[in-house]
Design a protein around this ligand. Structure first.
Ligand SMILES: [Zn+2]
Length: 62
């Protein structure tokens, strides 16, 4: 009787640990300061960055 260990799916343990370091942006929402994964910018304008929670704030810059 074999007793092989069950291999969990890698997606269950994979953590985006380099996320913040790669992006290097923080949310511009007042008092937030989280890692911003969403950038909003018009041509010839400074981009504005927001986190997942406040990404709706970026719509005003588009
Ligand atoms: Zn935010």
């Amino acid at each position: 009787m074999s007793d092989e260990p069950i291999k969990l799916a890698e997606s269950m343990t994979a953590v985006p640990r380099d996320h913040a370091g790669v992006l290097g942006h923080t949310c511009e929402h007042h008092g937030c300061g989280k890692v911003a994964g969403w950038g909003f910018a018009r041509p010839r304008s400074e981009p504005h960055w927001f986190c997942f929670e406040h990404r709706a704030d970026g719509d005003r810059y588009l």
